[in-house]
Every structure is written in C-alpha cells, then in structure tokens.
Design a protein around this ligand. Structure first.
Ligand code: GDP
Ligand code: MG
Length: 176
C-alpha cells in the first residue's frame, strides 16, 4: 500500500509459563484462529511473526516466541527471553501451581531485565470458570504490585485473545 508507511517496528515477545497452561493454544488462536484439544506438538514452529498496523498507522512486526516444551524440563533460561520487548506470563486459572510459576518468572524477569520489558500476566482457560482456583481480583492485585498488566483469556472459546495481543503490542510500543 502507500509509500508513507515509514519504517517497520520490530518487536520480540516471549511466552512463559508452566506446561499445559495454553501458551501454544493462544498463539494458534491469534495467528490462525484455530483450537486443538490435544497438547500441541513440541515440533511445531516455536517462532511466528505477525504484521500489525498500529492505531497511528505505523506498521509493526510482532515476533512471537513460543517454547518448544522445554518448560517441562525446567530448561528455559535467559537465552530464550534475551532481547525481548515483552513477555506473556501465562497460567491456567484452575491451577494454583501454574500461578506460583508465573510469580517465579516475574521475579526472574525483574532481576534479569528490570523494567525494560513489558509484562502481561495472562489467566487462561476462563471457559473452566467452575473450576477456578485463582480469583480475578487476586491476580489483578498481584499484577498491579509488580507493575504488570492482567488479562484473562480462553483460547478455546476465543475470548480476550485478540485484545491480549493488541495490549501487548501497545505496551511494547510505549516501552520502545
Ligand atoms: P502449553 O504447554 O502451555 O503450550 O499448552 P497447550 O497450548 O499445548 O495446551 C495444553 C492443553 O490445554 C491442551 O489440551 C489444550 O487444548 C488445552 N487448552 C488450551 N487453552 C485452553 C482454554 O482456553 N480452555 C480449555 N478448556 N483448554 C485449553
Ligand atoms: Mg506449548
């Protein structure tokens, strides 16, 4: 299209969180608008890009890094999130342990990256409301105390997913 689009902004965002919380499902929903009931193959590409147009008409390239399942072996280190502009810290609202894991990721990221990385905590699987283990208020309060945003999603029902990535992009632009 037009010739006045200007340079493309380039952002790296990583997904972090315990295995099975729905990280790959969120990416799949956002990029391809699909959902899979099976745990998604670790062989699936762990890096996807999406072109987005910002509200001010600038173009941005979103590089989204998803784990290849290494989190199950506690083998995700600084190399994975190095140079990232934003992180989605995902947990499953029905799983206490996965929320604790988010807290430990927040501590690590704060220590390693300070405030130079935009943080969004994501409570996924809101379609399982009757099994909820962490209240919205608890998660929101925690996010506020660490300077992160809080969003709830259902990759399954396609709730909040698009807004999540839009918010992430906006935060990375502001951090830029
Ligand atoms: P990952 O290990 O964090 O990448 O998690 P996956 O995306 O592989 O998902 C793990 C399991 O949770 C799969 O069985 C998915 O179908 C399921 N899942 C993912 N998102 C949702 C959701 O929003 N609601 C429900 N009910 N299940 C989900
Ligand atoms: Mg995965």
């Amino acid at each position: 299209r037009g010739t006045s689009a200007g340079p493309t902004l380039n952002f790296k965002a990583v997904l972090l969180g315990e295995g099975c919380v729905g990280k790959t499902s969120l990416v799949l929903r956002y990029i391809e608008d699909k959902f899979n009931t099976h745990h998604l193959s670790t062989l699936q590409a762990s890096f996807v890009t999406k072109k987005v147009t910002l509200p001010d008409e600038r173009r941005a390239l979103l590089n989204i890094w998803d784990t290849a399942g290494q989190e199950r072996f506690h083998a995700l280190g600084p190399i994975y999130y190095r140079g990232s502009d934003g992180a989605l810290l995902v947990y499953d609202i029905t799983d206490q342990d996965s929320f604790q894991k988010v807290k430990s990721w927040v501590r690590e990221l704060k220590q390693m990256r300070g405030s130079e990385i935009a943080l969004v905590i994501v409570g996924n699987k809101t379609d399982l409301e009757e099994q909820r283990a962490i209240s919205y208020e608890t998660a929101l309060l925690y996010a506020q105390t660490v300077g992160a945003q809080y969003v709830e999603t259902s990759a399954k029902e396609n709730e909040g997913v698009h807004d999540l990535f839009e918010l992430l992009t906006q935060l990375m632009v502001e951090h830029h």
